[in-house]
Ligand binder design. Structure first.
Ligand SMILES: Cc1ncc(COP(=O)(O)O)c(C=O)c1O
Length: 425
């Protein structure tokens, strides 16, 4: 069963219609596998942090028992975990053949390693997107300064995101590296990965994709897109928990040509010979740095296994249907109250989150959390993001969340909220 044409239809946004969609949802059974807390709470923040899955808890407990029982002898297997889990994740979520993905370190550190390696291997400018996630921009600013490269920032449409022609134009006159997000963190816009990658290659640049908001939300096919490099986190749609390690991907044909700027012992050929000189191991393992997070790797493995079981095509289809319902509800219930949609309207042009823009977004977001028990997040300057993770979000949750949101703005309840920003938004 599918989602009953929900993607194409723009009427009938009743609660009963949402119920009907849930009743026909082939992924409905996954919800019971998450610890979602109180019955009234609506958690629509899976694009910042996925909730605890029972499988993930069990995997963490099992790995903790292994630690207790095996102590240092466990390392004979644990040492392989970044590559083993990387291959499983690659098959479940990234469209990448084995031997190209490892899981370790944070997205930020992995981005530094891969972008640094690319700049060592290619001459020319760095092309990136001014509306991309801050850490990407900051890492590239630092690398540009360190390597004396020009950093060309695309000023893309805030909703639609970067287009192939814009990338092509920015790459003119020698580009070394293009870094973009497959799904934009604020708007949810889904980039045309194959076309943009081809545009970068045409100019001789390597193309690096940030998949933080794409992995586990849309069908990513790194190999088919011809991507050179990719990074992404596992704590969002992969449900591996706060601070779980990130992944990195290096296309197999490129691995021997590139070297990580971090010469750590975990990427050393014959690591335990403890030799005097650094010589990187062959393959993607040369992008390891130090000791991998063995406990958290068990969580990533469990998160990837759930996604593999659900099947990315079904996940993607449900994400399109959930976000379409959100778009319809925005138009019907919110547009009259000063909201505008910060997300592409075409389902195939967005990921699994929608962004609602409003000049009073911060106070509305606080009222949602504190008064209505709806947990989205706020992104400066004016966006409320609803992350509609397909494994556990019901259509009726979307309807209820928008109903409560409409209730707040209709009554003006948000006007009583404190306007002072918190450190975490
Ligand atoms: C698109 C994107 N890139 C990078 C990051 C940063 O990842 P980390 O803090 O794990 O390094 C995030 C975090 O949310 C993100 O959304």
């Amino acid at each position: 069963m599918g989602y009953g044409g929900r993607v194409a239809r723009t009427a009938l946004t009743t609660r009963a219609a949402a119920d009907t969609l849930d009743a026909a949802d082939p992924l409905a059974g996954f919800r019971a596998r998450f610890a979602l807390g109180g019955s009234r709470r609506l958690y629509v923040d899976g694009n910042s942090l996925g909730p605890l899955a029972h499988d993930v808890r069990a995997a963490l407990e099992a790995r903790t028992d292994e630690w207790r029982d095996r102590l240092v002898t466990g390392w004979n297997e644990w040492v392989e975990a970044p590559a083993v889990v990387g291959d499983r994740l690659a098959a479940a979520a990234l469209g990448a053949a084995p031997g190209q993905t490892i899981v370790s370190d944070s997205t930020t550190v992995n981005l530094y390693k891969l972008a640094g390696a690319a700049l060592d291997a290619r001459a020319g400018a760095i092309v990136a997107d001014a509306s991309d996630f801050p850490t990407d921009r900051y890492v590239l600013q630092g690398l540009a300064q360190r390597t004396g490269r020009e950093l060309r920032m695309l000023e893309t449409d805030r909703v639609a995101g970067p287009q192939p022609a814009e990338v092509e134009a920015a790459c003119a006159d020698s580009a070394a590296l293009v870094v973009l997000s497959a799904v934009n963190y604020r708007s949810g816009a889904l980039a045309r990965m194959s076309e943009i990658t081809a545009a970068g290659h045409e100019a001789g640049a390597l193309v690096l994709w940030d998949l933080c908001h794409a992995a586990g939300a849309v069908e990513v096919d790194l190999d088919a897109a011809g991507a050179d490099l990719a990074v992404g986190c596992t704590y969002k749609y992969l449900n591996s928990g706060p601070g779980s390690p990130a992944f990195l991907y290096v296309r197999s044909g490129l691995q021997d040509e590139l070297r990580s700027p971090i010469w750590g012992w975990f990427s050393q050929d014959d690591q335990f010979a403890m030799g005097p000189t650094y010589e990187p191991v062959a393959g993607v393992g040369r992008f390891m740095a130090g000791t991998p997070p063995v406990l958290a790797l068990a969580a990533v493995d469990a998160g990837a296994a759930m996604l593999a079981e659900a099947g990315l095509a079904r996940v993607r289809e449900k994400a399109a249907a959930l976000t379409s319902l959100a778009v319809d509800l925005h138009d019907e219930r919110l547009a009259a109250f000063g909201f505008s949609l910060g997300t592409p309207r075409e389902p195939h042009r967005r990921g699994a989150h929608v962004s609602l823009r409003h000049r009073d977004a911060w106070r509305i977001c606080r009222a949602l959390i504190e008064r209505a028990d709806v947990i989205p997040d706020f992104r400066a300057p004016d966006s409320i993001r609803f992350g509609l993770a397909p494994l556990y979000t019901r259509f009726v949750d979307v309807w209820d969340a928008f109903d409560r949101l409409a209730g707040i703005v209709e009554s003006g309840e948000h006007e009583a909220m404190d306007d002072a920003r918190r450190r975490v938004t």
